[in-house]
Design a protein around this ligand. Structure first.
Ligand code: DAH
Length: 369
């Protein structure tokens, strides 16, 4: 870099020569005027205003001038750079305005053109309510468990204390798989997920298992050969029927709202002992059995209660079959059908509406995701 030099004659520094400065300005002006696009202007700016432009180089030479010459040369270069800067800014504004105008024309949207409407789908209410129940149980620390819909007969029946000759085995109208000795069925309930879990996991166990189940029923207003259940199983030390009732109450509150009362009736399932059937108070008549006009409540048929599903304390035999010591651990379980509860809750007229998959039906339940 050149340093001050008192013997330096400014006339000899040709870059600072007034003519050369004027020529540099002129060249810059010509290039600026010739720039047809913003990109062109960018290159022009680098060439005529950048670090290596003639005026920038000239500016650098000022430092080498004797103090007496510095002011004049500085003024000359400063004015020249100011002119180039102003010309660049003016051209920039011009080109931007041109560009904006062009964009407005090119990207014009005709809002009157017809559009292809693609309506959103909707999640099926069965899926929505299952998810809400599962989420609530997960929120209480339970885990989600799954099992296959094509299930071994042993897990679907035998391990649940439903031996080959057990009369209750006939209660569930089963789809068997060909050949019959394949030992496979379409699961008739979600209860085999209980066995799968207990075989795999040591207590404490708290699981919720939603899923599809199959029975050989024809589709009519109240039946469908494929439907959904939600199964809950808890195995821990010291669990009692009080815990079972608490869990069922939590479940019913999520499904039907705060303040929904439940009651249990003695029942029979081979895999629970004792076994119970759970009812919840009718959400329409709140247990009175009649509607506002005094007529018989149509939701519960006048009984004031609606059946929800089976439950009980896990049979000691089932615990033992899964390698869990029934003298140390106890468990409770319940399995509830989703379709019927949903139909009652929303006044769905028939099972057909639930299974046909018409998006207009699902959309009525909201677009929750
Ligand atoms: N699996 C039974 C059914 O589909 C319902 C059931 C009853 C499930 C009692 C349970 C239970 O977990 O403890 O009919």
């Amino acid at each position: 870099m050149s340093g001050p030099n008192t013997n330096y004659d400014p006339v000899e520094v040709s870059a600072l020569d007034p003519e050369n400065i004027a020529a540099a300005v002129e060249q810059a002006h010509a290039a600026i005027a010739a720039a047809a696009t913003l990109d062109d202007l960018k290159s022009v700016r680098i060439a005529h205003q950048g670090e290596k432009s003639p005026l920038a180089l000239a500016n650098r030479e000022i430092g080498a001038l004797p103090p007496s010459a510095k002011a004049e040369a500085g003024k000359r270069v400063g004015q020249a750079r100011g002119m180039v800067g102003a010309a660049l800014a003016a051209r920039q504004a011009e080109l931007e305005a041109e560009r904006d105008e062009r964009i407005l024309v090119e990207e014009r949207v005709d809002v009157t053109l017809p559009v292809v409407r693609r309506p959103f789908g909707a999640r099926h209410p069965i899926e929505l309510v299952s998810q809400r129940l599962v989420d609530a149980f997960v929120g209480m620390g339970w885990e989600v468990a799954e099992g296959p819909e094509l299930e071994s007969e042993w897990l679907n029946f035998d391990a649940l204390n439903l031996g080959p000759d057990h009369p209750a085995r006939q209660m569930q109208d089963t789809f068997f798989l060909d050949p019959v000795d394949s030992g496979l069925v379409l699961r008739t309930h979600t209860s085999p997920v209980q066995i799968r879990t207990m075989l795999r996991q040591e207590p404490p166990i708290y699981i919720v298992a939603p899923g599809k189940v199959y029975r050989t029923d024809d589709l009519d207003a109240t039946h469908t050969p494929v439907f959904h259940q939600i199964e809950c199983l808890a195995v821990d030390k010291g669990l009692t029927m009080a815990h079972l009732r608490g869990a069922i109450d939590a479940f019913v509150k999520i499904m039907f709202g705060e303040g929904t009362r439940t009651r249990v009736r003695a029942s029979y399932f081979p895999f629970t002992e004792p076994s119970m059937e759970t009812d919840f108070v009718c959400f329409a008549c709140h247990g009175t059995g009649s509607d506002d006009a005094g007529a018989q409540c149509r939701s519960c048929g006048g009984s004031g209660w609606i059946e929800l599903g089976g439950s009980g304390m896990v049979n000691r035999k089932v615990l033992r079959a899964c390698g869990i010591d029934p003298d140390v651990y106890s468990g409770f379980a319940f399995g509830l059908g989703i379709e019927r509860a949903l139909m009652l809750r929303h006044g769905v007229r028939g099972m057909h509406e639930m299974v046909e998959g018409d998006v207009r039906f699902s959309r009525q339940f909201g677009m929750e995701v």
